[in-house]
Design a binder for this molecule. Structure first.
Ligand SMILES: Cc1cc2nc3c(=O)[nH]c(=O)nc-3n(C[C@H](O)[C@H](O)[C@H](O)COP(=O)(O)OP(=O)(O)OC[C@H]3O[C@@H](n4cnc5c(N)ncnc54)[C@H](O)[C@@H]3O)c2cc1C
Length: 429
């Protein structure tokens, strides 16, 4: 956790200061303007550079995922979007231009950013829905129209913003004449848009899996096994963005799903456990064997965190519903090698479909414990379930819906588990 925090702090310094710095220094030393005007222009420059960085983060660079994890990357993406909007707003209201084209490009970009920001906060982040029940209910109602894929397209308006601001700057003659500034400005833009396009083309042409089995685990959950074409090693608890090729019903959308299988058992294929919750997942049952699959990833930090831990440290895996998927993968990989305690709760008995597998591990290994229950564990039960050692030293990995995780983490913390030892994966990004 400490390492991750240090990496995150360094990343923020690079993003906030280092990358915009060359443009700021050149503009402030070469443009003849009052100090107050220069500061206002600086706000515009940093907002633009931050949008470029936001665009880069949207391609989910896997090197960054392995350093800080995708959820943290999404958080940086969201926070950077917020401060970029603030910087752009200061720039918009305090700067002045006689040129109508400069004004129009800047104004349209700002309105688009403003709309995109509020849309993303409501439909694409957990900032409201994880904490306010009314927002969650409203989003679920509106989800029939504003499906995730619609939101993704609306979010891509940010690319239009970048193009508008690119021309906005080219149209300002006094800035356009500063060669060093324009070389860096254009290079930043071309490199980021180039990487974005390259990634899109790579994903379009990706073909690295084939469905070899698709069966029901219960009335609303499927187990999908996919044979991997390339042997890029996934780690226990990782997740992929999965999309299917050539199936009109499922379109080209890609959705995140965690691996349920353990790499030590089989590296040729990967298993997913998918619960039907909406448009895409409801159609999973229709996916025939032989369907070609695109797997973007793998992503995930859980295994890295486990490997960094002392082998004696108790590992507590707490799954809610389908949240058990990545935890079963970890349990299967480390059963017998590490002290493991799995807790799994589901809404009904038939949803505890991996029960016998987990009970099997508990029967086979003396350092493996397993507790399951229909409906959540109450606080007084948790107090009895965990050992002193788990409460004081255990590393907790909790996977499930975001609002349930927030509640469980509060409970665990009240039992004495330090928040530094609470690692989670929320089933929404
Ligand atoms: C890291 C991670 C791992 C996951 N692992 C599993 C798993 O192992 N098994 C499982 O059943 N579910 C898993 N999920 C949840 C799964 O991705 C969603 O249930 C699925 O995408 C819902 O799609 P839908 O169209 O059927 O439902 P919808 O009703 O469209 O979506 C329900 C909610 O899922 C989220 N969602 C939808 N599409 C996406 C997307 N493309 N990217 C991110 N979030 C999206 C949105 O918050 C949406 O509100 C995981 C999610 C994440 C973030």
């Amino acid at each position: 956790m400490r390492r991750k925090r240090i990496v995150l702090n360094i990343l923020w310094l690079i993003i906030l200061f280092l990358i915009p710095m060359p443009l700021i220094v050149i503009l402030n030393t070469q443009l003849v303007a009052s100090v107050s005007d220069l500061i206002v222009y600086d706000f515009g420059i940093v907002a633009y550079v931050w949008w470029l960085i936001i665009t880069y983060l949207s391609i989910r660079p896997s090197w960054l995922d392995r350093l800080i994890g995708l959820p943290s990357m999404y958080l940086v993406h969201g926070l950077l979007g917020t401060i970029a909007l603030i910087a752009a707003t200061i720039h918009k209201f305090l700067s002045f231009s006689f040129d109508q084209n400069v004004k129009n490009t800047g104004n349209i970009a700002w309105y688009l950013v403003l709309f995109g920001f509020f849309y993303a906060v409501f439909f694409m982040s957990g900032w409201l829905i994880n904490y306010f029940k009314i927002a969650d209910t409203l989003k679920k109602k509106l989800n029939h129209i504003f499906k995730h894929q619609v939101s993704v397209w609306i979010h891509r308006l940010n690319l239009v913003v970048i193009v508008l601001i690119f021309f906005h700057v080219q149209l300002i003659v006094r800035i356009e004449s500063i060669t060093e500034f324009m070389v860096i400005f254009d290079t930043y833009t071309v490199v980021i848009l180039g990487l974005y396009l390259f990634n899109k083309i790579r994903l379009l042409t990706l073909d690295n899996g084939t469905v070899i089995s698709n069966k029901f685990l219960n009335s609303d959950t499927h187990e999908l096994i996919i044979r991997l074409k390339d042997q890029k090693r996934y780690r226990p608890g990782d997740f992929y963005f999965v999309s299917f090729k050539g199936l009109k019903k499922l379109g080209i959308e890609s959705h995140p799903f965690s691996v349920t299988s353990a790499p030590k058992d089989n590296l040729q294929s990967v298993t997913f456990t998918i619960q039907n919750v909406g448009d895409f997942t409801n159609k999973i049952s229709k996916v025939p064997t032989g369907t070609k699959v695109k797997l973007e990833g793998p992503f995930g930090l859980f295994d890295k965190l486990i490997r960094l831990e002392n082998v004696e440290t108790p590992i507590v895996l707490y799954g809610l519903g389908t949240g058990i998927a990545p935890l079963l993968s970890i349990a299967a990989e480390y059963a017998g090698k590490r002290p493991i305690h799995v807790l799994w709760t589901a809404q009904s008995q038939d949803k505890l479909y991996y029960s016998s597998k987990l009970k099997g591990f508990a029967a086979k290994y003396s350092n493996f414990r397993y507790c399951e229950q229909v409906h959540r564990f109450k606080n007084h039960q948790l107090r009895d379930i965990f050992s002193e050692n788990e409460i004081s030293k255990g590393q907790f990995y909790i996977v499930g819906p975001a609002n349930a995780i927030i509640e469980i983490e509060d409970n665990l913390n009240s039992l004495g588990v330090n928040r530094n030892r609470l690692n989670d994966e929320r089933l929404t990004l």
